[in-house]
Design a protein around this ligand. Sequence first.
Ligand SMILES: Cc1cc2nc3c(=O)[nH]c(=O)nc-3n(C[C@H](O)[C@H](O)[C@H](O)COP(=O)(O)O)c2cc1C
Length: 425
Amino acid sequence: MNVDNFRLQIGGKEYVPIIIGGMGVNISTTELAVAAAKLGGIGHISDAIAGYVCDRIFNTSFISRKRKKYAEYSNNPDKSAVQFDLEEVAAAQKKYIEYTMAKKTGSGAIYLNCMEKLTMNNSIPTLKVRLTAAMDAGIDGLTLAAGLNLRTLDLIEDHPRFRDVKIGIIISSVRALAIFLKRASRLNRLPDYIVVEGPLAGGHLGFGPADWHTFDLKTIFLEVLAFLKKEGVSIPVIPAGGIFTGTDAVDYLQLGAAGVQVATRFTISKEAGLPAEVKQNYINAKEEDIVVNMASTTGYPMRMLTSSPTLRYAIKPNCEGLGYLLENGGKCTYIDEYYEALAARKAGEPLVIKEKTCLCTGMANYDCWTCGHTTYRLKETTNQLPNGKWQLPTAEDIFLDYQFSSDHTITLPKPEVSGTTRLNL
Ligand SMILES: Cc1cc2nc3c(=O)[nH]c(=O)nc-3n(C[C@H](O)[C@H](O)[C@H](O)COP(=O)(O)O)c2cc1C
């Protein structure tokens, strides 16, 4: 039995039941999403700071324009005036998504991971613009993430694609799902799929900082299935977090999952956006190098490598150009801590920031090495090269391994230099 014995049905279409989860900022790249769609699965791009992603891909200057406009605030802890121009947000979003969708081939789909918690110092209008522009640009689906998304559907109910674009929600508890469904049913627009994300996932976790480790994906997943059955609603349910082999995926598919969402295995793919040397750090990570901490300014716990450069940041807040995590009113716990540390510093001492990190800068610069719990197992999935480095598999290598492997075996990528490559078996 392997994953290929199953098919995922969403909105009358059939897919290989493998979804590559969204990973911002630009870790789940256009190329990664396109690879999943080509193989008949579903890939995600993330709209975390699309303007910045556009500047990297197309050499546009969305961020430098914003930075210039708000330069006078760079030494001012009050960032309330530092806002995004909604037309610029829409233009960047459209440009990035049109570019991605134009590259799509195959029978799969490309969805957008859209995080509610990306508040951009103007949460509701910016979220509305992001979602609207994504639909205008032809995205196949919207995966609503990082938040309860209580009012998100209301923001787009007048859009002509509201009933045709696929809409999914990521939740980590039946409670969060029940609240979302109540609102959705009022609009007569239930989600087309539900991603149940457990505590082993990468990125932010939808659990409390003290008790995240007391939860487990299988229990929540079964609770969600039971809840939907009790409510008499049939919506595809997709577990995520810690599904490391094709066999792990089959276990869920046999329990009634419609598909699985995976990410960590793909962080080291050639197509993923992390720099090549950072991918080597991911593969070399040991279990004790992976922690869940509260360094994120969002208030949610986040999993990352202890070696993440962002954990040692003492940089000036970078809100004038970036600032996509600024809460309404220009609030951010890193700004508070930075200016408190600055005021308390004695002459000649280095500035030390202990609790929070400038996550906008950390994520944009690939300095926050967020990862799933299973990252320490990535060395089981590829070949070590004679120089001690690791071969980076392609997204196709990883996808096909998920799709066709059985008995917890992992098919390693074909060695790049045959004869000289030492296999890591
Ligand atoms: C590097 C990384 C970045 C992530 N970033 C996001 C994100 O921006 N938004 C989100 O909703 N989920 C994010 N996730 C969660 C994944 O989309 C996915 O649901 C989860 O990690 C799947 O579990 P796995 O990594 O154990 O396979 C991220 C995961 C990783 C590994």
